[in-house]
Write a protein that binds this ligand. Structure first.
Ligand SMILES: NC(=O)C1=CN([C@@H]2O[C@H](COP(=O)(O)OP(=O)(O)OC[C@H]3O[C@@H](n4cnc5c(N)ncnc54)[C@H](OP(=O)(O)O)[C@@H]3O)[C@@H](O)[C@H]2O)C=CC1
Ligand SMILES: Nc1nc(=O)c2c([nH]1)NC[C@@H]1CN(c3ccc(C(=O)N[C@@H](CCC(=O)O)C(=O)O)cc3)C=[N+]21
Length: 299
């Protein structure tokens, strides 16, 4: 049976370091880190994430501002809100929850967030920095940053000689995750919906990262014996065993069977999800320190 990597515990230790940094910043400058989260529309899952981000921000001693806009909001209205948040000196981090409703040009909105407030790491300036090997002066997307902390708990800082496979190539996760693994000297394969014989590509992975959005897609025989498996997927599926109409969260990995083969594996829930929220807080406190020209804490 694999070792189950405890994302909640790792997240709690990041949160305690973030809280310390936030309290010390306020002590020195009177300034609290400010995080603005913008959500458009009614999707209940998105609202659940956004609420937990807000709660955690308060727990870290931040100013947490949530903007909930109706589904019918126009591009111009959302753009005007982002412009206001960009100009607001009390706001150090801005996150626009994705996906936006279909009528939006998401990229225009995302790219208009000032790079120094882009706590999702999606602005081309931040994405470009990690692509060119600068992991220190920008902001790194929260889920890959959190996943790397979990990988490093198992393997240490240097992944030389290890094969890593990332399934999924989104800007929010797959691409930056591949780049971070590469920066840590892993030999990286990026797989996606057009990859041929995905199972055999995965079987080559010492570190297998799944971020697809397909419940329990990664089976036992996709996992190399002794591998580290990082499950990023969040899928809500029916759970008749819990009662009629009930649902549960599962990842992109068939956890029970994969954990019979892997050496270490992250669970869903309780793995990467809590790390995402912790790294969002870390990015916000980093952005606030930079705004005050103070040395930046490391997490
Ligand atoms: N735990 C957390 O904190 C977070 C979890 N997530 C979860 O991670 C998952 C992925 O998120 P995100 O990256 O934003 O998703 P996207 O939908 O943007 O990307 C999904 C990727 O999976 C690939 N894909 C789709 N079907 C297959 C298939 N059958 N075989 C191989 N690859 C496939 C797509 O390939 P192609 O490019 O060819 O279309 C695409 O690159 C979701 O479940 C999401 O909820 C996301 C962010 C944070
Ligand atoms: N701009 C943007 N940035 C994001 O980072 C972003 C986004 N949009 N849109 C949606 C995805 C998804 N996401 C999650 C964050 C935390 C959990 C999380 O905390 N999950 C808990 C379980 C929560 C539950 O029980 O419902 C866990 O895995 O243990 C999950 C998913 C961030 N995303």
């Amino acid at each position: 049976m694999a070792f189950v990597i405890d994302g909640k515990e790792a997240a709690a230790s990041v949160i305690s370091a973030v809280t310390e940094a936030s309290v010390s910043l306020e002590g020195k400058t009177g300034i609290k880190p400010g995080l603005a989260v913008v959500i458009v529309g009614e999707d209940p899952a998105s609202h659940a994430y956004v609420n937990s981000k807000g709660k955690m921000a308060k727990q870290c001693g931040f100013n947490s501002i949530q903007h909930t806009l109706p589904e019918e909001t126009t591009q111009e209205e959302l753009q005007a809100l982002v412009d206001t948040l960009n100009a607001d000196l009390a706001v150090h981090g801005i996150l626009v929850q994705l996906p936006l409703p279909k009528h939006f040009d998401s990229d225009a909105i995302i790219q208009s967030i000032l790079p120094e407030k882009d706590v999702d790491g999606l602005n081309i300036a931040n994405a470009g920095k990690i692509a060119t090997g600068d992991l220190d002066t920008g902001l790194i997307s929260c889920t890959p940053a959190g996943s790397m902390l979990l990988v490093k708990r198992v393997h240490g800082e240097d992944l030389s000689g290890l094969n890593a496979v990332v399934i999924g190539r989104s800007n929010l996760f797959g691409k930056p995750m591949g780049l971070l693994l590469l920066a840590a000297n892993a030999t990286v394969t990026m797989a996606h919906s057009r990859t041929k014989d995905l199972a055999s590509v995965c079987r080559n992975a010492d570190i297998l990262v799944a971020a697809v959005g397909r419940a329990e897609m990664v089976k036992r025989d996709w996992v190399k014996p002794g591998a580290t498996v990082i499950d990023v997927g969040i899928n809500r599926v029916p759970a008749p065993e819990k009662g009629e109409g009930k649902t549960k969260l599962v990842g992109d990995v068939a956890f029970v069977e994969a954990s019979e083969v892997a050496a270490s594996i992250t669970p869903v829930p309780g793995g990467v999800g809590p790390m995402t929220i912790a790294m969002l807080m870390a990015n916000t406190v980093i952005a606030a320190h930079r705004a005050c020209s103070l040395p930046v804490p490391k997490f």
